[in-house]
Write a protein that binds this ligand. Structure first.
Ligand code: K1U
Ligand code: ZN
Length: 169
């Protein structure tokens, strides 16, 4: 298994729209294993393939306290969203150190395939619902900072560019 490099905002590759996974083969199973390892290593609760520069509809999530309940969603589709929404504090492994509030549906139902190709429907609430919506946005090329005001987003963009310049020194 391998740790994968995570793209950092404002990398334009984060805005690519992911394509449908056509076949759940050994390549996809290796990608799933590597994405899970990368997510656990980065102490994240989710990771979208877009963030590791793979533009296919695949996300991994683990919101369990014990970090032992991985969820793999391939070709996820939102089939129901609750009318109720709330502002939730979010972070992103592609925007390290930045946390801010985003309005999300309280509950969502998602249809997806697992890593064996089996179809399943997940009824997500609380942190899982927030994380599913955040990760599905990544697959559409949307990063959570795009929900913030242009002023905040530009400040974050400048901060990230400066941090990346410092890291490259
Ligand atoms: O997509 C990602 O970059 C992963 C991201 C997922 C996420 C966190 C919080 C709300 C929605 C989606 C993270 O895992 S950020 C790091 C983190 O572990 C975390 C941050 C805030 C709250 C809970 C967890
Ligand atoms: Zn993210």
């Amino acid at each position: 298994m391998a740790l994968l490099p995570i793209l950092c905002y404002p990398d334009p590759k984060l805005h690519r729209v992911a394509k449908v996974v056509v076949s759940i083969d050994a390549r996809i199973q290796t990608l799933v294993a590597n994405m899970l390892e990368t997510m656990y290593d980065a102490k994240g609760i989710g990771l979208a393939a877009t963030q590791v520069d793979v533009h296919e509809r695949l996300i991994v999530i683990d919101v369990s306290e014990e970090r032992d309940t991985p969820l793999v969603l391939i070709n996820p589709e939102l089939v129901w969203t609750s009318p109720e929404t709330h502002l939730n504090e979010e972070g992103c492994l592609s925007v390290p150190g930045i946390y801010d509030g985003v309005e999300r549906h309280d509950a969502v139902h998602v249809r997806a395939l697992d890593e064996q190709g089996k179809a399943r429907t997940i009824e997500a609430t609380q942190l899982l619902a927030v994380c599913v919506q955040h990760e599905m946005d990544h697959l559409m090329g949307k990063v959570f900072v795009e929900y913030l005001s242009p002023l905040k987003r530009n400040r974050i963009k400048k901060k990230m560019i400066k941090a990346q310049r410092e890291d490259a020194k």
